[in-house]
Design a protein around this ligand. Structure first.
Ligand code: GUN
Length: 293
């Protein structure tokens, strides 16, 4: 069997087109959605990601403000910045790029963001609402993007066995909650899981987010499964101009022969994460306009 490729690039393009319409509706009420991105220090990967997010916001007609604090900033500087953005009516979404420098406590910083402007969905209030099955919550962008990919590919999680590999607060845990809220029967695998393959072979929907190439190989996949690869890993490749290529956590070629549908890397979940950040920002602006905060 050769699996159907679920193109995140294509689905994200459609989602972003639909968002343009919502932004146009808001413009008629003189509302301009605003996103603030906050970065501390000058980590090259973070700079790249934040740059991509701001560019995407501009393309969607979202006003974006990029704030960069020096690597030596202390936590109070960052908390003051967040407090100012919480109080700023032009800003509907606040994103603090992770990881933060060592002198900062990320959980305290995330707690300072107004939950109604938490477009990353990382605030404990929003994660708690997700855990109670609240469908209106601002959900974390990557797992929300995976749900959108499944929905738009005709894969309904209801009644299916879903296995999530990885238990991070950013992807694995909220992914499991979203699948559970969509009535899947879920399992979460992690570093200490015994016989990972035995568990993943039970999955009709398999989502992998661990950050290690070839974590999932062909004999770990149930024939006909839908496989979603959240990983982005650089592997050396002297044949490429840059000297590396980007691969996911799944052995794509081999697993494609077993699965019925699979997301590629690159061009899979990545573009969806950004599309969902824009969607959350527009949603937050709409709620503000309707005074539903
Ligand atoms: N660092 C890695 N992924 C993310 C993300 O989705 N949001 C933020 N804020 N930081 C990240």
């Amino acid at each position: 069997m050769s699996a159907k490729i679920i193109s995140g690039t294509e689905i994200a393009r459609v989602v972003r087109e639909e968002l343009n319409e919502r932004v146009a509706i808001l413009a008629r009420s003189a509302v301009l959605p605003g996103l603030a991105t906050v970065m501390v220090g000058d980590d090259p990967a973070s700079r790249l990601y934040v740059g991509m997010k701001n560019r995407a916001a501009a393309e969607a007609g979202i006003h974006s403000r990029q704030l960069t604090l020096p690597a030596t900033a202390d936590q109070d500087d960052l908390l003051e910045t967040i407090a100012a953005l919480n109080a700023d009516d032009a800003i509907h979404g606040i994103l603090v790029q992770l990881p933060l420098p060592r002198q900062m406590d990320a959980s305290r910083v995330l707690l300072a963001i107004d939950p109604s402007k938490d477009v990353d969905g990382f605030h404990p209030t929003n994660l708690g609402r997700l855990a109670t099955g609240d469908v209106d919550v601002l959900a974390p962008c990557t797992p929300k993007g995976v749900m959108e990919m499944l929905a738009r590919s005709g894969v309904d999680p209801a009644g299916k066995r879903a296995v999530v590999v990885g238990r991070s607060n950013i992807v694995g845990k909220p992914m499991a909650l979203l699948l559970l809220n969509a009535n899947a029967t879920i399992s979460v695998a992690h570093r200490r899981t015994v016989d990972l393959g035995a568990l993943t072979r039970t999955a009709e929907i398999l989502v992998v987010a661990v950050g290690r190439p070839k974590t999932i190989v062909a004999d770990m996949v149930k024939p006909g499964a839908t496989v979603v690869d959240v990983g982005t890993n650089r592997v050396d490749d002297p044949s490429r101009e840059r000297g590396y290529r980007v691969v996911g956590d799944v052995d794509f070629e081999a697993v494609s022969e077993v699965a019925s549908a699979i997301t590629p890397v690159p061009g899979g979940v990545g573009p969806m994460t950004i599309a969902m950040l824009l969607a959350n920002t527009v949603e937050s602006a709409l709620r503000r306009a309707r005074k539903r905060w």
